[in-house]
Write a protein that binds this ligand. Structure first.
Ligand code: CTP
Length: 406
């Protein structure tokens, strides 16, 4: 039995070259047990035919708002209701704009406006169209309205440009449909569990007005806290100084330095799962005077550093009260996988989420992340570039599978 057995998906195919991949998506969804009904926009029909979609779906495809046979037979309001989820793939810039603005000039957008079902969009468009402020504005509006988003991925596009804009792969979209339906069914895979997460940078004081810090924004760690709370966990978030809002339903403990972070983590134990997403400063100034260091004739003061405690290693190596599932992050700029593998052994954690944080990737402070999941047994999984929120949701779903039963 597939994971989507008994589920009905209404697939809205937009007008883009990625529409050909939507034909494969129909197949993937049906393989997982879903029944698929298709609506094609006029643009979509320039790339794929209603007949191809209907043949793969095993039921007729819909195209026109004012189709007499259709209105008598099923009609746009029933199309908008008779399913468990609506998937828009490819979601073109135009379709996103129509949905964000509430315009309904054709069958696809009328169905999207009329539906109360969960909606997932898989955007696909030219890089510049994706990055245009209007599209990003529409994306934010749609996300605010509760629309789920998968992709776009970074890669080569039809116009030989490279960047974000490629539609997510059919398997990724099918995974996102599963996750969407699980969420809308109110499944709480981490109910009754305590998840502890560290996030953000640490600030290491040089004197009362100066500190050492790093570029971490805390976005990934905070997104994990939010996703874990949404999955039913009791969540303690130990956060360094960030400008982010507290995730809803999460207990936030604010600290500044690595030593404060370690103390807060120890105070928050026991936990079923501990995720160390913070970019902890490895060193702190050795001498912290209570007074501001003044300029003087002797020139700049020497800045001697001393090592901070390794919070992840300290917790992972505890003999008593070690959380059953300990997850580290590895921030690397070169040889990402090799360094992460060494880290898992050195620190004693069960899983490492490795990401490339070299400046060109835009990961530090950005909204997207490309990660590899490395297990203690040497297993390696590479995820496509995803929004940090989506990385968080997937990671939380995985942790729910991996955490030992209480
Ligand atoms: N970490 C920690 N305490 C520290 C340093 C790191 O808990 N003092 C955790 C991070 O939260 C992350 C993991 O260890 O989960 C790896 O962090 P990273 O900065 O990639 O590694 P480092 O141990 O600092 O090693 P290096 O700087 O040599 O890459």
């Amino acid at each position: 039995m597939g994971a989507l057995a008994g589920k009905r998906v209404l697939l809205v195919i937009g007008g883009g070259i990625a529409a050909y991949k939507s034909l494969d998506l129909i197949r993937r969804l049906r393989e997982r047990g879903a029944a698929v009904r298709c609506v094609l926009t006029k643009g979509a029909q320039e790339f794929v035919t209603p007949l191809a979609a209907a043949s793969l779906a095993g039921q007729r495809a819909h195209t026109d708002l004012f189709d007499r046979a259709d209105e008598a037979d099923i009609g746009h309001i029933r199309l908008a209701r008779d399913a468990d989820a609506v998937v828009v793939a490819p979601a073109t810039a135009n379709l996103m704009a129509r949905l964000a603005g509430g315009h309904a000039p054709d069958l696809a957008s009328t169905v999207l406006l009329a539906t109360t079902l969960p909606i997932l969009i898989a955007p696909a468009m030219n890089v510049r169209m994706w990055l245009h402020p209007a599209t990003q504005r529409n994306l934010a509006v749609l996300q605010g309205d509760g629309v789920a988003v998968v992709g776009p991925n970074v890669g080569r596009m039809a116009e030989a440009e490279t960047g974000p804009g490629r539609m997510a792969e059919p398997e990724e979209i099918a995974d996102a449909v599963e996750a969407l339906l699980a969420r809308s069914n109110g499944e709480k895979p981490l109910a009754g569990r305590h998840l502890l997460v560290t996030s953000g940078p640490t600030h290491e004081p040089i004197d009362p007005v100066r500190y050492l810090a790093n570029r971490s924004s805390g976005k990934q760690g905070h997104a994990i806290a939010a996703a874990a709370a949404a999955a039913g966990a009791r969540v303690t978030l130990v956060s360094g100084p960030v400008t982010l809002a507290d995730p809803p339903g999460v207990t936030v403990v604010r600290i500044e330095s690595a030593r404060e972070m370690l103390a807060a983590v120890e105070a928050a134990l026991p936990a079923d799962i501990a995720v160390f997403a913070a970019a902890v400063a490895d060193w702190r100034p050795a001498a912290f005077g209570g007074e501001k260091i003044k300029k003087g004739p002797e020139g700049p003061p020497p800045l001697t550093l001393t090592e901070n405690p390794d919070i992840l290693a300290t917790i992972a190596r505890r003999t008593e009260g070690r959380p059953p599932l300990v997850v580290g992050f590895a921030a690397e700029t070169t040889d990402v996988i090799a360094h992460a593998r060494a880290k898992i052994a050195r620190k004693g954690c069960d899983l490492i989420v490795a990401n490339d944080v070299s400046a060109a990737t835009g990961v530090m402070g950005g909204d997207r992340n490309s990660v590899h999941l490395i297990g203690r047994d040497g297993s390696l999984e590479t995820w496509p570039t995803l929004a940090k929120d989506e990385v968080a949701r997937r990671l939380v779903a995985r942790l729910a599978e991996l955490v030992p039963s209480p």
